[in-house]
Design a protein around this ligand. Structure first.
Ligand SMILES: Cc1cc2nc3c(=O)[nH]c(=O)nc-3n(C[C@H](O)[C@H](O)[C@H](O)COP(=O)(O)OP(=O)(O)OC[C@H]3O[C@@H](n4cnc5c(N)ncnc54)[C@H](O)[C@@H]3O)c2cc1C
Length: 117
């Protein structure tokens, strides 16, 4: 989290807002797509779960219908002792490049975060 976007974006933007916005430069969209998240959409006529592969239709385009709100994003629980690491192609303009799951101790995570700072 401390590396996503600039401070004002990080503190004012919402998680579901970022996913619904579907900006291809968004870290949360990359994480949701890479980890096969499920999006919970709700409207007056009901609720549905949309897998990430179906949710993201293209640049700034999602499967949300006009009357639907994104109310929840379900991310899989990682294996014990694993962490998901997002790495940027271009940190200056915030283009995320890859997400991976790997075994990580708290010390190893600290090293990775320090290296990205
Ligand atoms: C200068 C700048 C730099 C940025 N840098 C980064 C970056 O480095 N990394 C990054 O990830 N992002 C970045 N962003 C994008 C930012 O993440 C998104 O603008 C923000 O996350 C959107 O969240 P929000 O809650 O403000 O949504 P809003 O701006 O309020 O909404 C965005 C869109 O989604 C819709 N929406 C919002 N919430 C929901 C919901 N619950 N259900 C359905 N539709 C909804 C709104 O109607 C609107 O169309 C940047 C944006 C700016 C302006």
């Amino acid at each position: 989290m401390p590396h996503i976007a600039h401070y004002p974006i990080r503190t004012r933007g919402t998680f579901c807002g970022s996913i619904a916005h579907a900006d291809p430069a968004s870290e949360w969209c990359l994480v949701a797509a890479a980890l096969d998240a499920e999006m919970a959409a709700r409207s007056a006529s009901g609720a549905r779960l949309i897998p990430a592969a179906d949710f993201f239709r293209g640049i700034m385009t999602t499967a949300l219908r006009e009357e639907e709100l994104l109310t929840e994003v379900r991310l899989p629980i990682l294996a014990v002792g694993h962490a998901a690491i997002a790495s940027a192609i271009d940190e200056a303009i915030g283009i995320p490049g890859a997400v991976t799951q790997l075994p990580a101790t708290p010390q190893r995570l600290k090293q990775i975060v320090e290296r990205q700072s």
